[in-house]
Design a protein around this ligand. Structure first.
Ligand SMILES: Nc1ncnc2c1ncn2[C@@H]1O[C@H](COP(=O)(O)OP(=O)(O)OP(=O)(O)O)[C@@H](O)[C@H]1O
Ligand SMILES: [Mg+2]
Length: 247
């Protein structure tokens, strides 16, 4: 029997000082679907991403990935299992080019291949070009990360996450601070990725953006899941409206 959920987070709690960033939080991400995590500022969305990717350890709770308990695994071990993510604050190396960033990500993918074959730079750069085209970043591969605008940096970060071998793609606010035209493009890209059977967990602040994009939504407030369901259900939930208006 194939499992329906690729990722299951069960009863996770995490405090920072006296603040409960996550409070008995549980979510599940279905294979081949777009699952959105929404909620007001400071509701624990990014902390949940950090707990899932292994950057932050939860005090309580368990995380299952493809049926395996990964709660005690290191971040790089989780990445190896197929968890690829972006960051809300894009992290790039200022002295590296687009191509170098993508080669690092793509190299992982070819790790096994590289052990038995000669390293093919040509092959890597054509894959790098493909992934750039996919996210719609029209820049030379030799462009330094520092030469990119804010929006272009977000796109490169997305390209890097896509280039890594993965079965789960986690995107932390990919459209934050992005102009409306590019937002629309990213929305189309996410729908295209879904068609290709990607499993996506998406953090988004703007409820409207996820309404016609997500298959399922979890709403966080003060580290708790206060609502979950199909987009229309969540949209109608009074608790969600109150959480957004109360801030
Ligand atoms: N490393 C940290 N140290 C201390 N407090 C933290 C840390 N990371 C998060 N917090 C706190 O935990 C709570 C949840 O933060 P988190 O960044 O997860 O929220 P968020 O939902 O992603 O918010 P936003 O929409 O603004 O990105 C906040 O009160 C935040 O200040
Ligand atoms: Mg955040």
């Amino acid at each position: 029997m194939t499992k329906k959920f690729l990722l299951e987070v069960k009863h996770v709690s995490k405090h920072f000082g006296g603040i409960a960033a996550l409070d008995n939080c549980s979510i599940a991400v279905e294979k081949g679907k777009i699952t959105a995590l929404i909620g007001p500022n400071g509701s624990g969305k990014s902390t949940l991403f950090n707990v899932i990717s292994g950057l932050v350890r939860a005090e309580r709770g368990e995380i299952y990935f493809d049926g395996e308990n990964i709660t005690n695994l290191e971040d790089y071990e989780r990445a190896k299992l197929g968890i690829s993510r972006t960051f809300q604050e894009v992290r790039l190396f200022s002295n590296l080019t687009i191509e170098e960033h993508l080669d690092i990500a793509l190299d992982d993918k070819n790790e096994k291949l590289l052990r038995s074959f000669v390293h093919s730079t040509k092959e890597l750069s054509s894959s790098a070009k493909q992934v750039l085209a996919k996210v719609g970043l029209r820049k030379e591969l030799s462009t330094l990360a520092t030469e990119l605008s804010y929006g272009q940096r977000k796109l490169l970060d997305l390209a890097i996450a896509l280039a890594r071998p993965h079965s789960l793609l986690m995107l932390d606010e990919p459209i934050a601070g992005i102009n409306p035209a590019l937002r629309q493009k990213i929305k189309s890209l996410l729908l295209e990725l879904k068609k290709e059977n990607e499993t996506i967990l998406l953090i988004e602040h703007d409820m409207n953006f996820v309404m016609d994009l997500a298959d399922y939504i979890f709403v966080l407030d003060y580290g708790k899941v206060i609502s979950r369901g199909f987009p229309r259900e969540v949209q109608r939930d009074k608790k969600v409206l109150e959480a957004y208006l109360g801030k």
